[in-house]
Design a protein around this ligand. Structure first.
Ligand code: PMP
Length: 364
């Protein structure tokens, strides 16, 4: 790199962007991939054949339906979006977070969430020139610290509050009443991010319309369609009509629209996969709890948060990797995540391999 090029980039790229490190995705080649909260199951052959036929008959010379009307209707129906609420779709729910932040950004505007939480809330706030306020969760059980949240909302008057329900990376659900208190006290919008909805029976979807400042975000990523990149936001049209203005015209491509619609017509297949994941989650929670010195936190998601004996997380993570199993190491990501690892729930066979590796590293 020449000195001139370096100067040019340093001069023009905003300092807060230069200070970021790009979202890091671990190389999983050849490993049992349990690092990214994906659904491990693929599609049955009959469905793949039908899907291939559909793709063959889909033209890509034209731009997609900009409103993705057919898919939106199907999503509203399958996700139980209440009558009278509007929907907008994104290229993953990540893009929806960005649309919300772009619409609400401005001098002195802030985004508030909890820490440890989903990292993209902070990242996107930074992209959009907003101040990020992270209120720590309670250290013992990762529950919401309502007085601290109210105090922070009072002080910073956030344009938007993001709450992941269940939370990533802690896997727990918050107390419903605590969320209601936040919604009632928030000066601006509250986004309840239900990315992990397939793995819990709790949701705020049916409460839409009861509060002027509540919207609910979902994704199809965790139900088994992460590769399609499709997320959705449901809520009052008054908010969503505004967010729709910053949406790039054809953000959901033709193939995603066709395949997601087809997939949702066969939702029973995914429901069965989610059921298997939930059953395996129970088995994993129990097995992890039997490892000496390990603390396991409750999970309502498709991953588990656990704490190794003091100072062991890095060695266990590397030991698992050496045995062909890739999980997420959270040690160092946040003070409350000291010694924490986050394995995703996989297939029974993947979980067996992972548990075997855990038992071995726990003996070292
Ligand atoms: N919200 C939460 C809480 C997440 O954990 C994730 C992905 N890990 C997302 C949103 C983004 O999901 P996607 O962009 O795949 O829809």
């Amino acid at each position: 790199m020449t000195e001139e090029l370096n100067k040019l980039v340093t001069h023009w790229v905003r300092p807060e962007i230069r200070a970021l490190s790009a979202y890091h995705v671990q190389d999983a080649s050849g490993l049992v991939k349990l690092d990214a909260m994906e659904n491990p199951y693929t599609w049955p052959d009959e469905l793949r054949d039908e899907w291939a036929r559909l793709i063959r008959d889909t033209d890509v010379n034209r731009y997609p339906d900009p409103a993705a009307s057919a898919l939106s209707e199907r999503l509203a129906e399958t996700m139980g979006v209440p009558e009278g609420m509007r929907l907008i779709l994104g290229n993953g729910s990540d893009e929806i977070i960005q649309m919300i932040a772009m619409s609400l950004s401005g001098p002195g505007r802030s985004v508030l969430s909890v820490d440890p939480g989903f990292v993209m809330y902070r990242m996107i706030a930074t992209f959009c020139g907003m101040h990020y306020v992270g209120v720590p969760l309670r250290a013992d059980d990762f529950s919401l610290d309502v007085p601290a949240l109210k105090q922070a909302m009072d002080q910073h008057q956030p344009a938007v509050v993001f709450l992941a329900y269940p939370n990533n990376p802690t896997a727990n659900l918050y107390d419903e009443q605590a969320i209601v208190e936040i919604i009632e006290a928030a000066p601006g919008l509250v986004v309840v991010d239900e990315a992990y909805a397939p793995f819990t029976d709790h949701s705020f979807m049916s409460r839409l319309g009861r509060y002027d400042n509540l919207v609910v975000m979902r994704t199809v990523s965790k139900m088994g369609l992460a590769g399609l990149r499709l997320g959705l936001l449901a809520g009052p049209a008054r908010w969503l009509d505004e967010f729709d203005k910053v949406r790039l015209p054809y953000n959901v491509n033709v193939l995603t629209q066709v395949i997601a619609d087809f997939a949702l017509c066969h939702k029973a297949v995914f429901d069965e996969q989610s059921r298997l994941i939930r059953a395996e989650r129970v088995r994993l929670l129990k097995a992890f709890a039997e490892l000496p010195g390990v603390q396991v936190f409750p999970s309502q998601a498709n991953f588990v948060l656990l704490r190794t004996p003091p100072g062991k997380a890095d060695a266990w993570f590397s030991g698992l990797k050496a045995r062909g199993v890739l999980i997420k190491n959270l040690n160092g990501a946040h003070p409350l995540l000291r010694d924490c690892l986050r394995p995703t729930v996989g297939t029974p066979e993947e979980n067996r391999r992972m548990l075997e590796a855990f038992v071995e590293v726990a003996q070292d």
